[in-house]
Design a protein around this ligand. Structure first.
Ligand code: TRP
Length: 340
């Protein structure tokens, strides 16, 4: 029995951009692991946001490869295609169809206040930033609202985009009648923020962190372990959880607890009286194990691209069953005449 067929379980939905060669520990512990957890008791819809990736004009061959790498990594992380619809955003045309309606409901100023747009366009230079980058959060709102999810597991940086989705749901309902549910962000406290290993006051991020500040899940396990052992730590020598005073150690404790599946308090107790180096070496081993298993599983999926395509096609078919009637309903409600 497919547990995802017509059940009354709550829905979860999320997407990840295929913009890197590898997921990093921050994505994995902050978001992807929550995806995996939620599929236990939710009907889950998870997708690779390839249309969002287009907003910064990636190289076509690289984009194509990264879509497959992302799918393989999601499977390696434990997304189970028997239980969750795993698909590629561009395979479900309803995302862009609904996005157009939302473009027409979003104020110019409202879109301009999105902090991620402001950051990204400032970096690109005003003339180089695409209109796609500007409307990015509106496409994201369409991604979400098409599935009426209860929970949207994302990192802290997506809070404002979630808020826009909630506003658009409410605005649409107000103008055209009850249609969309206001989705909740699902951000697990503590695990949501993994910091840069070289600058523990900044978030671990592929765009901002230096190569040594970030552990890629497809890193060689020895290299991953070395990055952990070379993490910047604070002056002092007592292992305690003090994110303000000892952000470096706090980050390593959070990492340890999250990877080992225990609590920070337990980790602090485990290392009582020991030195920073002990914590680093033990964490380096844990991370090397994680990375080694993850890399093996990912490579096995990448060795069978036909199977990956089959999984993505089945996921898209399942997603379209939900998304297509929503677009029909929305087009009716806004006054578009049905084609024959
Ligand atoms: N913007 C998200 C990110 O960069 C990716 C994304 C696209 C997404 N569409 C989504 C996340 C819908 C959740 C729901 O992380």
């Amino acid at each position: 029995m497919h547990s995802m067929s017509s059940s009354t379980r709550p829905r979860s939905l999320s997407g990840i951009q295929p913009t890197a060669e590898s997921f990093h520990l921050g994505n994995y512990l902050g978001a992807v692991r929550q995806w995996v957890g939620l599929q236990e008791d939710h009907d889950a819809f998870y997708f690779i946001a390839d249309l969002h990736a287009l907003t910064v004009q990636p190289d076509p061959a690289q984009l194509r490869a990264r879509v497959h790498r992302s799918a393989a990594q999601l499977l390696a992380a434990g997304v189970d295609p028997e239980r969750s619809a795993l698909f590629c955003q561009s395979h479900v045309p309803e995302h862009t169809q609904l996005a157009w309606v939302f473009n027409c409901l979003t104020g110019f100023g409202e879109a301009g206040r999105m902090t991620q747009f402001k950051d990204k366009s400032a970096k690109a230079g005003a003339d180089k930033a695409s209109v796609g980058l500007f409307t990015y959060p509106i496409l994201q709102a369409a991604d979400i609202l098409l599935y009426n999810p209860h929970h949207v597991p994302v990192g802290e940086d997506q809070r404002q985009h979630l808020e826009l989705s909630r506003n658009l749901a409410q605005r649409f309902n107000h103008h055209y009648g009850e249609t969309f549910r206001q989705p909740e962000a699902y951000i697990v406290k503590g695990t949501a923020k993994i910091a840069d290993l070289q600058d523990p006051t900044a978030k671990m991020s592929k765009s901002a962190s230096s190569p040594n500040g970030i552990v890629d899940l497809l890193d060689d396990p020895k290299k991953a372990a070395k990055k952990i052992r070379s993490a910047v730590t604070d002056s002092g020598d007592t292992i305690r959880y003090d994110p303000e005073g000892q952000p470096g150690i706090a980050n390593l404790l959070t990492l340890f607890a999250t990877v080992a599946g225990t609590t920070v308090d337990d980790v602090v107790a485990q290392f009582e009286g020991q030195q920073y180096g002990h914590l680093k070496v033990a964490l380096a081993d844990l991370v090397a194990d994680l990375v080694s298993g993850f890399g093996e599983r990912t490579r096995a999926y990448l060795d069978d691209p036909a199977e990956l395509d089959r999984v993505l096609a089945a996921g898209a078919a399942r997603a379209r069953e939900v998304a297509a009637p929503v677009v029909v309903d929305v087009y009716d409600k806004v006054g578009l005449v049905r084609g024959v």
